[in-house]
Design a protein. Structure first.
Length: 391
């Protein structure tokens, strides 16, 4: 068993400490052995015990599987014949040498350019005249005082809102009659062990519900009092006339701009000297005619390849020996048939349920006072305020 490297570092100091402790005990033991010459007697051996069980008989040897028949030896393959060598390829003739080109003539030198004449000096510009000062602007006149607005008159008090009429009382709702007592069901019979389910009889039709009584008419809503007329608003006083603004003073005339002096004329540029004529280009020497290429020697005829030796016939493949027959497996024993399932006992008939008593009819509601007709959508009348009831 191999220990991991982490535990090796822990086990090494522990082994060293155990060795040092064993050496110390050995030294003390030898010292005490010298003092006591008589050694202690050894402990008596345990008495021999009889075996609890007798010798067990050996298990019978397990029968081995029948030996598998070995495959027959494979016959050796025949050796292939050697392939003949190919004939050597003939050499190609060498190409003729290429002639040398004639030397090109030397290019003549161009004549030197003449010196460029100097440009005349530019004349100085005259001094610009001094700009005259603008006259001072006149003082702005003061604006007239704004007149005070007249005092706004007080609005008259609005009339008091009339009280709404009392809402009529609705009649009290009649009390419902008491429901009949629920009849007692008969006692449930004892169930036998898993009884069979009987067939249910056809379900009876659902009884019709009683017709709903007509609701009584609501009491008529009383008319609201007419809206009082508001007093006329007082006339608004006229605003005072706006005073006329003072006229703007005329600005003084600007001084006239002084005329600039005339620009001096530039001196004429000197004429450009004529360039000397270029020398004529020498003619290029004519290209020598290339010598005629030598006639290409005829390629030697390809020697006929020797006839390939006939391929030896391969020996026929030997027939493989037939494989031995596989032994038959023993047949599987038939399983015993399962016992038949016993029938469940029949279920007893349930007692019939008692008939449900009819509910008493609902009493008619008393008539309620009816509401009055409205003259606008959402309870508003025309465009006069938010009071939309009849006047």
């Amino acid at each position: 068993m191999r220990t991991p490297p982490r535990w090796r570092s822990v086990l090494a100091p522990a082994a060293m400490a155990a060795a040092l402790a064993a050496a110390a005990l050995a030294s003390t033991g030898s010292a005490h052995a010298d003092d006591h010459a008589t050694p202690h007697p050894s402990y008596p051996a345990h008495p021999a015990q009889a075996p609890a069980h007798g010798p067990q008989p050996a298990y019978p040897a397990k029968p081995g599987h029948p030996a598998k028949p070995g495959h027959p030896a494979k016959p050796e393959q025949p050796v292939h014949p050697a392939k003949p060598d190919h004939p050597a390829k003939p050499e190609q003739p060498a190409h003729p040498a290429k002639p040398e080109h004639p030397a090109k003539p030397v290019k003549p030198e161009y004549p030197a350019h003449p010196a460029k004449p100097a440009r005349p000096e530019k004349p100085a510009y005259p001094a610009k005249p001094v700009k005259p000062a603008y006259p001072e602007k006149p003082a702005k006149p003061e604006q007239p005082a704004k007149p005070a607005y007249p005092v706004k008159p007080a609005y008259p008090e609005k009339p008091a809102k009339p009280e709404q009429p009392a809402k009529p009382e609705y009649p009290s709702k009649p009390a419902y009659p008491a429901k009949p007592a629920k009849p007692e069901y008969p006692s449930k019979p004892a169930y036998p062990a898993k009884p069979a389910k009987p067939e249910y009889p056809a379900k009876p039709g659902k009884p019709e519900h009683p017709s709903k009584p007509a609701y009584p008419a609501k009491p008529a809503k009383p008319e609201y009092p007419a809206k009082p007329a508001y007093p006329a608003k007082p006339a608004k006083p006229a605003k005072p006339a706006k005073p006329e603004l003072p006229s703007k003073p005329a600005y003084p005339a600007k001084p006239s701009k002084p005329e600039y002096p005339a620009k001096p004329a530039y001196p004429s540029k000197p004429s450009k000297p004529a360039y000397p004529a270029k020398p004529a280009k020498p003619e290029q020497p004519s290209k020598p005619a290339y010598p005629a290429k030598p006639a290409k020697p005829e390629q030697p005829s390809k020697p006929a390849y020797p006839a390939k030796p006939a391929k030896p016939e391969r020996p026929s493949k030997p027939a493989y020996p037939s494989k031995p027959a596989k032994p038959d497996h023993p047949s599987k024993p038939a399983y015993p048939s399962k016992p038949a399932k016993p029938d469940h006992p029949s279920k007893p008939a349930y007692p019939s349920k008692p008939a449900k008593p009819d509910h008493p009819s609902k009493p008619a509601h008393p008539d309620k006072p009816s509401k009055g007709e409205h003259k606008g959508k959402g309870g508003h009348e025309g465009n006069e305020g938010h009071e939309g009831h009849d006047e």
